[in-house]
Design a protein around this ligand. Structure first.
Ligand code: EPS
Length: 359
């Protein structure tokens, strides 16, 4: 069965939920490791005061017994502590009593760059909050929880993924932007080591590993660009300087360069997978941009809400989770296995067949 992820949850609703199906039975999960990743995602310079309210922690409602997966859907929950301040405004059922707390007034001032306007038009919403709550990057908390589970599965194959920020002088850029009541974006990179050749397939667009990685990263809030390996840079090079020559030593086939970022023809080639994502500056500005009041049709200033000045460091953790999940999915497609041992044995047998070993 294929590894799949379904999520639900709003930023200030009761909780975020993820269901991961297709995991083999017998995978040991460590709550501290998942909570550690959730904690990493909350860190970083320029985050909103919201992060002092939240202390993200995973709860498991199904699919796990005594710390081992059952081979059945794994249900993960991350509660929103801030929900208690929005209990009326974000009540799933018609709220009782007088309006109290946050989210009680309709939002009619869409923020340029957020999903506000497109969401309100698409779904016919009078209150833009009905769009922005799900569009919010708060959603990435459960993506990280699911990615952490994927990392546990990949660790069984000796594969590890790690995200980092590439943007320089981030703290200064954040300080300057905050002083101007503005926001900043940045670039992150994920490298995955130990990935065997042969994950993904050129047979269909959907199976191409680069396409899957790009879709997952592009599907992350605020990401506007993705490149694999040297990506855009390759366009201006000659072929002789763009590809990675094939070499062989006693450990098998390898490359000395990795401009392809570990993927050729949509298939992993045994080198490190290298993926970058560019994040736009966050769209909630304390110095708002021009908009139109959707209720009156008059020119106005966009909604000003508590928000992050930057979330680039968080994106590095989220991108790591996205890459880990896609690599775990592609590994599961290739090696199968209802029991963890079947999955690991298939990987081992495959490595015995091919002229490659991890470096
Ligand atoms: C977000 C707005 C801010 C961020 C939030 C994403 O939330 P709030 O409006 O509650 O201050 O802090 O990110 C998180 C809560 C999180 O945990 O990452 C947005 O509009 O996308």
């Amino acid at each position: 069965m294929a590894l799949e992820l379904v999520t639900a949850g709003e930023s200030h609703g009761p909780a975020l939920v993820a269901i991961v199906s297709g995991l083999p039975a017998g995978l040991v999960l460590d709550k501290d490791l998942i909570d550690g990743d959730l904690h990493r995602r909350q860190q970083g310079y320029g985050r909103s005061p919201r992060q002092q309210i939240e202390r993200d922690e995973v709860e498991v409602l199904a699919g796990l017994r005594h710390g081992r997966t059952l081979g059945t859907p794994l249900a993960l929950v991350v509660r929103n502590r801030d929900h208690e301040n929005w209990a009326w405004g974000m009540s799933p059922w018609p709220p009782e009593g007088e309006p109290a707390g946050k989210g009680t007034k309709e939002v009619t001032l869409p923020r340029p760059g957020h999903a506000d306007l497109a969401g309100a038009l698409k779904y016919g919403l009078a209150d833009v909050r009905d769009a922005l709550e799900r569009a919010s990057a708060r959603h990435t908390a459960v993506i990280v929880a699911a990615g952490s589970v994927a990392k546990a599965l990949l660790a069984e194959l000796g594969v590890r993924a790690e995200g980092r920020v590439l943007t320089e002088n981030l703290e200064t850029r954040v300080d300057d932007a905050r002083a101007d009541r503005d926001t900043v974006g940045g670039i992150v990179e994920v490298r995955a080591q130990g990935v065997p050749p042969g994950l993904g397939s050129y047979a269909t667009k959907e199976e191409r590993l680069d396409a899957r990685l790009a879709a997952s990263l592009m599907g992350t809030q605020a990401v506007k660009g993705v490149e694999i390996g040297e990506g855009f840079e390759l366009a201006s090079r000659r072929g002789s300087e763009a590809h990675d020559e094939i070499l062989r030593d006693e450990r098998g086939l390898y490359r000395e360069t990795n401009r392809a970022g570990g993927i050729e023809g949509g298939v992993s080639n045994g080198e490190a997978i290298v993926v970058r994502a560019a994040m736009k500056p966050l769209p909630t500005l304390m110095k708002p941009l021009a908009t139109v009041d959707l209720q009156t049709g008059e020119p106005a200033q966009a909604l000003v809400e508590r928000s992050d000045t930057a979330a680039v460091e968080a994106l590095a953790v989220v991108a790591e989770a996205c890459v880990a999940f896609e690599l775990a999915r592609a590994s599961k497609d290739k090696f199968g296995g209802d029991a963890l041992g079947d999955f690991v044995s298939a990987h081992r047998a495959y490595l015995e067949r091919i002229d490659w070993s991890p470096r």
